[in-house]
Design a protein around this ligand. Structure first.
Ligand SMILES: NC(=O)CC[C@H](N)C(=O)O
Length: 354
């Protein structure tokens, strides 16, 4: 038989193999983004997931030099309805399929992705196997997701006089660039750096970055985050970083039925009452089983009321579940990064009073 996706519930979706045409088992997720395939493919938060694109045509701009979110792709496989075989764009360097092969990514095209998305939304995220060749073994990727994607050595993104230390749980390049555009020199450190290592860079602000997997799988970083909170240095949590910050402050994290992945998630800013359209990519969310006295929820998702952001009432802490750097996606929420930069500047002159 032809290439196929076999789902945990027994469903089968047939398609045509693309990329390296290997066999792989991983969690199947769905993104509804209509643009930014290169950014999605290279976002480390998708590490070890089979990413289904609901937009019917993928790869029509090819792959360019500047839209990478990291140096390679960590997805397990991709599923599309149609993969463009003759991409055209003035910045294109290589075709999508060529890029998949160069990163050793497998996939299927010609799949009824609308039916697949409906199934995942009805039954929830599940595991699946992409089988391109019945004769070959099925590989199961590692569970050490953050260890796979984090930087091995510290590096610096130059920018300006504010010093931000970014703990790299799988950070997106556009997030680092957005911060450096706000007068910050960003020092990117491996995810499991110690409190002492972090403090040795004398940070004016700390970023807990986005990244793949279940936040509870890397709970060893929570004691470090708690110590950082005691230092009262401005802290920004984004997506996985938001979840880790939440766990450090008394929230719980829970797996969502099928997550939020796409470029049009409506989030309400509870202070201004404005609704932002946001870029999102997560499968876990924070919950509070009791009232957390020190926390003020600042943002909620209008589709399902989940928590999208909070601040600490007395510490300089901002945290959001969505992606204000918007790579790809709408830029409605860029102010979050601007507010973090303002918080750093205020705290540098001793002007932060909670
Ligand atoms: N983009 C992210 O940081 C994702 C966070 C986490 N891995 C989740 O799926 O919920």
């Amino acid at each position: 038989m032809g290439a196929k996706l076999l789902l945990e519930d027994g469903s089968i979706f047939y398609g045509t193999p693309i990329g390296t045409k290997e066999n792989i088992e991983a969690e199947v997720v769905v993104t509804t983004s209509m643009t930014g395939f290169q950014e999605t493919l290279t976002d480390p938060s998708y590490c070890n997931q089979i990413v289904t694109f609901t937009y019917p045509l993928v790869g029509n701009c090819g792959i360019n030099r500047q839209d990478f979110e990291s140096s390679t792709s960590h997805v397990s496989a991709i599923i599309t309805k149609e993969l463009c075989v003759s991409p055209s764009h003035f910045e294109k360097k290589i075709d999508f399929d060529e890029y998949l092969k160069s990163c050793k990514i497998t996939g299927l095209t010609g799949v009824d992705t609308r039916k697949l998305a409906n199934l995942i939304r009805t039954k929830g995220t599940m595991k699946g196997k992409v089988i391109c060749d019945d004769e070959k073994p099925v590989s199961t990727p590692t569970n050490d997701l953050v260890k796979t994607v984090t930087t091995v050595k510290p590096y610096v993104v130059p920018g300006g006089k504010d010093r931000i230390v970014a703990l790299d749980f799988g950070v997106k390049k556009s997030l680092l660039e957005s911060l450096s555009n706000l007068e910050a020199t960003v020092i990117v450190l491996p995810a499991f750096s110690s409190f002492e290592e972090i403090m040795s860079y004398e940070p004016d602000g700390i970023l807990l970055s986005n990244g793949p997997g279940d936040p509870k799988d890397i709970s060893e970083v929570i004691p470090t985050i708690k110590k950082l909170l005691e230092e009262q240095i401005p802290l920004l949590g984004i997506c996985l970083g938001h979840q880790l910050l939440g766990l450090s402050l008394g929230f719980e994290s829970v797996k969502m039925k099928y997550g939020h992945r796409g470029g049009n998630h409506p989030v309400k800013d509870l202070d201004t009452k404005k609704v932002w359209i946001t870029s999102q990519n997560h499968g876990y969310t924070l919950k509070a089983s009791e009232v957390l006295d020190n926390i003020r929820i600042t943002h909620v998702n209008l589709n399902d009321d989940t928590i999208e952001g909070f601040v600490h009432k007395s510490l300089p802490v901002l945290s959001v579940q969505f992606h204000p750097e918007a790579g790809p996606g709408p830029q409605d929420s860029k102010d979050i990064l601007f507010n973090f930069s303002k918080l750093i500047k205020k705290s540098k002159v001793g002007d932060y009073h909670g």
